[in-house]
Design a protein around this ligand. Structure first.
Ligand code: AGP
Length: 606
């Protein structure tokens, strides 16, 4: 996720650009840049790091031009650097573009452009767009942009500026948000409403396929075929703070609801008929040389690793051990050059995980980082890196990072199974078909939160809550318990259902809430008997079940159903009600949901 801004009017563009980027930093903050049309030249300034680095560079050198574009980046292709920061331009610096999203066919387009003599200076997918405009331009700016849009594939919101057309900015939207703010003798473009709300509340919200041709006294919309589109003005009623959260009360709820798109964006670059990881380029020899795999992480990422273990052991039949990063390096782990150590980290900066990674490398292991931050310390330290496309996760409680980690681990296991032929091709094909449905099924799981809100209000003041499950349900139970603990401060514990009778059952007394996950068909009967154990002690049991399960509700107080799918994939759905339960319990208890006490978003200390 990145932040885009544009200004066209009679005032200094830079003032809106910097103000707007400040309001959009939550969308990305690893580098930033601006381009301002100053008549005889285009002023460009970029800086790696937070927006403050760019402001520092501009301090005594603010451009006076009245047309400009700006960008704050969340890297997907090309690590954070001045060169990779947007805006990007063509060879002759006549066209400038800022972009939010992923151009999936950029490699092929880049090869074709290089063959035609174009010179690239960045590693980004976005720079390809600027050179494409140069190729397509024959005097008509709008026509050139339309031609470019017909060539690129993927998800994007784009804003174009040209030296030849200082009176015009062109915006295009596909899958990623873009709004136009309507001023008097000036107009504003931004990824999101927070950037413009202090300048105007009159906006146009772009839909997929829309192209906006913006001048200081006019905004005209056309479709990809160049035909005019009529759009209604949307009057923004939100206050600025609410706008940053997209109208949600908290970042956590916004990020829970961003999961369908985050999972879809994580899947799409690695799926074209089969699963691909160009970043890995592994082969049979590489996998044959691996005789043990560790997955090492902390917190929620560790819980994703526990699920990843199931995926790799079931689909690839290789031994996997999952370890807490803070434990791994202090127990003299058995690691050599035939070991693959996979570290998972949303922030890519968790010191425990970084230290474990360095220890693994010192012992000769091959290392793979699964991170959500391109160019992070862990990403730079690992030999191989694959990225989730969750976008910035602001809430301390990790949600969309977790589900994108799960889907990436699932695709990694499928990728390894494709190479090693450890399962039949037909089974891989079946699982890929189910994988594609997950984003929509997460949306379905999010569609009715009322029952969960009610449970949170009914049981949110209990001192103890238990989560139980077997197999993958136990992995998800651990994540659900952590969510509840860290934002509602309720003492929540997760137990393998079969483990209850070995001690914990002593704590199950009348009225204790137990969240029982029962989505794993392979262990369903055993799980059901464990649920009966706790019901026999008069616990209040809320079940999480797959749609179509008519058995569970005979024994439980409440059941929350999630769409049915293969039991390997159902954790991506079962976790959603647990995230929401934690969220609404925290609300019920008046807790600070996004910034819970004692915790930090990224733990960069041991
Ligand atoms: C998750 O909700 C917590 N905020 C925490 O456990 C987190 O998952 C852990 O600190 C690991 O962070 P990382 O993924 O950035 O390495």
């Amino acid at each position: 996720m990145c932040g885009i801004v544009g200004y066209i009017g009679d005032k200094r563009a830079i003032d809106f650009l910097l103000d707007g980027l400040t309001k959009l930093e939550y969308r990305g903050y690893d580098s930033a840049g601006v381009a301002v049309n100053c008549g005889d030249n285009i002023f460009v300034e970029k800086a790696v790091g937070r927006l403050s680095s760019l402001k520092e560079k501009l301090k005594n050198n603010l451009p006076v031009g009245t047309v400009g574009i700006g960008h704050t980046r969340w890297a997907t292709h090309g690590r954070p650097s001045d060169l990779n920061a947007h805006p990007h331009s063509d060879c002759h610096k006549n066209f400038f573009v800022v972009h939010n999203g992923i151009i999936e066919n950029y490699l092929q387009l880049k090869e074709d452009l290089i063959a035609k003599g174009h010179k690239f200076i960045s590693e980004t997918d976005t720079e390809v767009v600027a050179h494409l405009v140069e190729e397509s331009y024959h005097g008509d700016f709008v026509l050139a942009v339309r031609d470019v849009l017909s060539k690129i594939e993927g998800s994007y919101s784009l804003l174009f500026m040209s030296k030849f057309h200082p009176d015009t900015l062109i915006a295009a939207k596909q899958d990623n948000p873009l709004v136009v703010g309507i001023g008097k003798g000036e107009n504003f473009i931004a990824s999101d409403i927070p950037a413009i709300i202090s300048f105007t509340r009159q906006t146009y919200i772009l839909n997929d396929g829309d192209i906006a041709v913006v001048q200081k006294n006019s905004v005209n919309f056309i479709n990809r075929q160049g035909l005019p589109i009529e759009k209604k003005i949307f009057h923004v009623k939100w206050n600025a703070a609410a706008a940053e959260k997209g109208g949600y009360e908290h970042f956590m709820l916004k990020e829970i609801n961003e999961q369908p798109k985050a999972v879809r964006d994580t899947i799409s670059p690695h799926l074209n008929g089969k699963v691909t990881f160009n970043e890995l380029n592994w082969n049979e020899d590489f996998l044959n040389n691996i005789n043990k795999i560790y997955i090492v992480a902390c917190g929620t990422a560790y819980h994703a690793g526990l699920v990843g273990k199931f995926y790799i052991e079931k689909l690839v039949r290789k031994l996997v051990e999952v370890d807490l990063a803070s434990e791994f390096r202090y127990r003299n782990p058995i690691v050599d050059d035939k070991t693959l150590v996979i570290v998972i980290s949303q922030s890519g900066e968790t010191l425990d995980t970084l230290a474990a990674l360095k220890e693994a490398k010192k012992l000769g292991a091959k290392t793979l980082a699964v991170t959500n931050v391109v160019g992070s310390s862990i990403a730079r330290e690992a030999e191989f890196v694959i990225n989730t496309a969750a976008g910035p996760e602001i809430a301390v409680a990790s949600t969309k990072a977790y589900t994108t980690q799960l889907i990436l681990m699932f695709m990694l296991a499928l990728y390894m199974a494709q190479i090693s032929k450890s399962i039949p091709a037909a089974e891989i094909e079946r699982l890929i078909k189910l994988l594609k449905k997950i984003p929509a099924q997460i949306s379905e799981t999010l569609s009715d939160v009322e029952p969960i809100k009610t449970f949170a209000q009914m049981y949110g003041f209990n001192d103890d809550v238990f989560y139980i499950g077997r197999s993958l349900d136990y992995c998800v139970a651990l994540e659900g318990a952590l969510k509840l603990k860290e934002i509602s401060y309720i003492h929540a514990e997760a137990y393998a259902s079969g483990e209850l009778k070995h001690g914990t059952l002593a704590l199950i007394v009348e009225g204790v809430p137990v969240i029982a996950l029962a989505t794993q068909k392979s262990v369903y009967e055993k799980t059901l008997s464990n649920i009966k154990e706790v019901k026999a002690r008069d616990a209040i049991v809320i079940g999480i079940a797959a749609a179509g399960d008519s058995e569970l509700e005979k024994y439980l107080d409440h059941v929350i159903f999630v769409p049915d799918t293969d039991e390997l994939l159902i954790p991506l759905l079962a976790v959603v009600p647990l995230q929401l339960l934690a969220y609404y319990a925290a609300i019920t208890r008046g807790c600070d949901v996004d910034k819970p006490r004692n915790l930090a978003k990224s733990v960069t200390v041991e």
